[in-house]
Design a protein around this ligand. Structure first.
Ligand code: ADP
Ligand code: MG
Length: 249
């Protein structure tokens, strides 16, 4: 069976020297309007393997714009985005889609599970690039669900799961292709504070296992969990709280 997250030593390298997963060089996005909006002013940002970065900012500050760019759901107006060393300008749409599916796991505020499929089916459906029999695929999906503490809920439908369990299924789905980056958009936005804590504990654990995590949030309590924080306001990133080694300025 495929190991969900290996103990690859490069994954536990210290963040200061680990390879970059994300490198933004003067990356910018504006919308033509009218009126035109500079949703993201030219931004430099490096996120290395094994880092846990929170991006905070109020409504309208540019968080979704940044998330959409980082997740290859949108293209910049200008600047360079290198993902694990690949300059994304070199990829066509099919290449971008393949890279997104294989190497980025998404967790959204509202879970986005397929309602009439069980937990294990929801996870298995995301195994876009796993070959093998149905049984083998199910085995991998089960292993990831065990990893997020849902071994006892494999065959449950989303409607019978609590909010926290649904989000853990969504995290399992995000992890099933062993992505290079886990990109979370307000992962606790639809959860009460107790349940939110268990999902944040899980993200802490994954970070401890070497997974690279970016969480986008307006909630300072969520951001406090990360090992590195940047703020975004009016489309400009501020590194004032950024305490990571080798940070950009
Ligand atoms: P946040 O996610 O932090 O609430 P957004 O990234 O959604 O902020 O938006 C940042 C700014 O860009 C806002 O002024 C918003 O109105 C504007 N914006 C976002 N998407 C579009 C779009 N498709 N067309 C025009 N303006 C947009
Ligand atoms: Mg938003």
């Amino acid at each position: 069976m495929t190991t969900v997250h290996s103990t690859d030593p490069t994954r536990t390298a210290s963040p200061a020297t680990a390879d970059p997963v994300i490198e933004l060089v003067q990356l910018a996005r504006s919308f033509p309007g009218p009126p035109p909006v500079d949703a993201l002013h030219p931004t430099d940002l490096t996120v290395r393997q094994g880092e846990y970065l929170a991006v905070t900012g109020p409504s309208g500050s540019g968080k979704s714009t940044l998330l959409n760019l980082l997740g290859l759901l949108d293209r910049p107006t200008s600047g360079i985005y290198r993902f694990c060393g690949t300059d994304l300008r070199e990829l066509d749409e099919a290449g971008r889609t393949a890279l997104r599916g294989r190497r980025i796991g998404f967790v959204f505020q509202s879970f986005h599970l397929v309602p009439h499929r069980t937990a294990v089916e929801n996870v298995a459906l995301a195994q876009l690039y796993v070959t093998g029999t149905r049984r083998e695929r199910r085995g991998v999906a089960e292993a990831v669900l065990r990893r997020v503490g849902l071994a006892h809920r494999l065959d449950a439908l989303p409607t019978t799961l609590s909010g926290g369990e649904r989000q853990r299924v969504a995290v399992a789905r995000a992890l099933v292709n062993a992505p290079d980056l886990l990109l979370c958009d307000e992962p606790t936005g639809n959860l009460d504070s107790g349940t939110a804590g268990t999902v944040l504990d899980l993200i802490d654990d994954l970070h401890g296992d070497g997974v690279t995590v970016i969480v986008i949030t307006h909630d300072p309590g969520v951001a406090a969990r990360a090992s590195r924080r940047v703020a975004i306001l009016d489309g400009r990133i501020s590194h004032r709280q950024d305490t990571a080694h080798g940070r950009d300025t």
